[in-house]
Design a protein. Structure first.
Length: 758
């Protein structure tokens, strides 16, 4: 499909403090690391002060704070000089409107209403709210004024429609002027019930864009369309599931960039396949689930379940938590979306409960009618089973929900995705705390560990179906960093130590929600002694996302104090010694898992991404923690030292061993792509065969240790062996091997090996 598939990517978060010029300065380092392409976060003009860039306010220009067009051109030139591609993240689903005056298109819609040439850009229901666009921006002190021909609310500026204000009229009031506008400024609490424009999930400051309109697509992609001719070799598409017609959008995008490597942020549930879109694949959450799983002990499930239920009293299954979380989201965050859908079916009285139940019942993010109709059928049947009193309404809605051209069907597809994202990832995964290493974007907390044979089957399928898809272990959206999950995986092997620590935490805790206290205990185990302010910030976000004791909109100070007190008890109180003991126990096997999962991810089928900074040990938690500045000077120095070292680095706290593994694997993929074109499991023979993840990619052989604590407890490799088809060199140690190999000998220095033909 494309000639620009990179050997690998390296994600950079471009911000006002790490600009495109800074990115250009690191291209030599990335080249030396072995990277194939620089992968940039969104670059279009974002809202003032945005550190993530997913709130574009003007799609016609490169963000000035991030360096502007001139610095982008310089980065493209530098990358080309270093032999690197450049992949850019684009955000077609929405535009930022937090400060309307920063968004020229939206500002014009506020001024002219439906007569604005930009009105077709935004997904606004002008039939609601008396034909006025509702902007829920006011607080309790809603004092408006008119200044310089604009309506003002504190520092916020709003335009006036022509002829709605007479300057100098002493009888004119700001409220009267406001009443004549095409918009209504409303109290922020009215948003979830009365909003009449589509938004990104439940974020009122991100307004949905109608990319299904060819003119809107052309206008919002004019700059993006120019990029491939200037050196942009790939595009990452954010949140395609928010669009009315993802397939149609991606077809237009492919026409603009026929040779680009295009990936989509599509979250696939286990067993779900990527639709036949003109893209190379996903952004890698499906691969992350598989790699995480093979380093978790599948046999630990019953023990984890029993311990969780005993200590927390939470007897609910994941499915019950998911149903509860999704229903809460539809009832509290997304009523406005349901109201809009109900207005489309006046022939079905009181349709909202039935529509909500269908959205709750979807087991995938959405359908793409006519594709995925089976998921809609399943949701309708499950909704009727759960709520028999809605059966008649569900039957009446079914024909319209099945019609790909019906607006009701289109909006259900958008609603079900939002319900899934907010109800599962952002709610249930903070409530169901049996084993939080699995509570990840695209994860499956119901499946504790993936058996080795199943992992190999999945990778063979990946090689066949998506050999050019991205693979990832950490992203800007992951709930916790890759090495945090690697340490958590060790808990499945040290049940006695974990039980003692968890019991101690619950003994000390005064948190009313015992499941959340258990969640905190695992976070302490996985992250270790990160800076205490980071841990406090994380638990505050986590408990508010869980919305089970406190919330973002109604924080419960007393509840939150108990959680922060529990964190303090670990850092400066009675849990400190217990925590340190557990952290010490997890360190070495955690490093083993971290190196193992990293090498597997870097060499498995697909295009591996390295998230910024994760070439060293990684202890990040959820955003914004995972967007902290990266010390590239440290990494450059370590990499330079590796080039002159006489021996490969030791596995220790410096993280140099991980940097070494990343460098050697990335260089192998870039310099020898022909060795990474297939997939066959490497069979091990011996009593510890189940502890070896081994595969041959068509010349390059990966070996990685799994379940290292159990392996050691059972006496090590005990003669377990593999047979090589021909002589190989381990690029991690420089040693050559041939014939039948004792795994203990190959893995005596590192828990991993990467064997290439001599």
């Amino acid at each position: 499909m494309t000639a620009n598939v990179p050997s690998s990517t390296y994600r950079l978060q471009i911000t006002g403090s790490f600009t495109l010029d800074h990115a250009a300065e690191e291209t030599a380092y990335l080249r030396d690391l072995g990277v194939g392409a620089v992968y940039c976060s969104p670059l279009l003009q974002a809202a003032s002060g945005s550190d993530h860039g997913y709130d574009t306010v003007d799609p016609t220009r490169v963000d000035a704070d991030r360096g502007g067009a001139e610095q982008l051109d310089a980065l493209l030139a530098r990358a080309q000089d270093e032999g690197l591609g450049v992949v850019v993240d684009i955000v077609p689903n929405h535009l930022g409107i937090e400060e309307p005056s920063e968004n020229p298109a939206f500002f014009d819609v506020l001024r002219l209403g439906q007569d604005s040439p930009y009105a077709p850009w935004f997904d606004i229901d002008w039939s609601a709210n008396g034909g006025r666009l509702l902007l829920p921006v006011l607080g309790d002190d809603a004092v408006l004024s008119v200044e310089d021909g604009e309506l003002r609310y504190y520092d916020h500026r709003f335009p006036l429609a022509p002829g709605t204000w007479v300057e100098g009229d002493p009888d004119e009031t700001a409220d009267a002027v406001h009443a004549r506008q095409h918009y209504e400024l409303a109290h922020w609490t009215r948003a979830n019930e009365e909003l009449n424009y589509r938004r990104f999930f439940a974020v009122t400051t991100l307004a949905g864009v109608r990319q299904e309109d060819p003119e809107v697509f052309s206008a919002t992609h004019e700059l993006v369309a120019s990029w491939p001719g200037k050196g942009v070799t790939g595009l990452r598409v954010d949140h395609p599931d928010g669009l009315v017609d993802p397939a149609g959008y991606l077809a237009q995008l492919r026409d603009l960039a026929p040779d680009a490597w295009i990936t989509v942020e599509k979250i696939l549930e286990p067993g779900e396949e990527l639709p036949p879109w003109p893209v190379e694949g996903t952004t890698g959450y499906d691969a992350m689930r598989e790699v995480n799983g093979v380093f978790v002990d599948h046999e630990a499930e019953a023990g984890l379940t029993d311990l969780y239920r005993r200590l927390t009293g939470d007897e609910r299954t994941l499915a019950e938590h998911v149903e509860t979380g999704k229903r809460m989201v539809d009832e509290t965050l997304l009523p406005a979306e349901l109201h809009r859908m109900a207005r489309l079916v006046p022939e079905v009285p009181d349709a909202e409960p039935a529509l909500a139940e269908v959205a709750v019942a979807f087991t995938v993010y959405r359908s793409y009618l006519p594709a995925g109709a089976e998921h809609l059928d399943e949701a309708l049947a499950l909704a009727a089973q759960r709520r028999p009193e809605l059966a008649e309404r569900l039957d009446a809605l079914s024909p319209r929900l099945h019609d790909p051209e019906d607006e009701l069907a289109k909006r259900m597809q958008q609603l079900s995705g939002a319900t899934m994202a907010k109800g599962v990832e952002d709610t249930a995964y903070y409530r169901y705390a049996r084993f939080i290493a699995l509570n990840e974007v695209g994860g499956d907390p119901d499946e504790v560990g993936i058996p080795l044979a199943r992992f190999h089957q999945l990778q063979a399928e990946r090689q066949q179906a998506q050999p050019r898809s991205m693979t990832a272990l950490s992203t800007h959206d992951t709930k916790r960093g890759e090495d945090v999950r690697a340490r958590l995986a060790v808990l499945t092997e040290v049940s006695d130590a974990w039980t003692r620590f968890a019991e101690r935490v619950l003994e000390v805790s005064t948190v009313p929600n015992r499941a959340f206290a258990y969640f905190v205990a695992q976070t302490l185990a996985g992250a270790g002694r990160v800076e205490d302010e980071r841990m406090h910030a994380y638990v505050e976000k986590a408990m508010r996302e869980a919305s089970d004791g406190t919330t973002w909109t109604e924080p419960d100070e007393a509840f939150e104090k108990t959680v922060h007190a529990l964190v303090d008890a670990a850092y400066d109180g009675p849990l400190g010694d217990d925590w340190d003991a557990l952290t010490a126990l997890l360190a070495a096997p955690g490093w083993s898992n971290a190196l193992g999962q990293k090498l597997v991810q870097l060499t498995m089928p697909g295009v591996p991404d390295v998230y910024q900074g994760t070439e060293l040990w990684e202890d990040s938690l959820v955003d914004p923690d995972n967007r902290r500045p990266v010390d590239y000077a440290e990494r450059r120095a370590l990499l330079a030292a590796l080039d002159t070292a006489e021996e490969p680095p030791a596995v220790d706290r410096t993280g140099a061993a991980k940097l070494w593994v990343v460098r050697q694997a990335l260089r192998a993929r870039r310099e020898h792509p022909e060795l990474f074109t297939g997939y066959d499991p490497v069979a091990a023979d011996g009593p510890a065969a189940a502890h070896l993840v081994g595969f041959d990619r068509g010349g390059a052989i990966t070996l990685a240790t799994r379940l290292p604590v159990t392996l050691e407890a059972e006496g090590g490799w005990r003669g377990t062996a593999i047979t090589l088809p021909e002589r190989r060199v381990d690029v991690l140690t420089g040693r050559e091997h041939e014939g039948t190999l004792d795994v203990a000998e190959v893995l005596d220095r590192y828990p991993v090996a990467l064997l290439l033909p001599v």
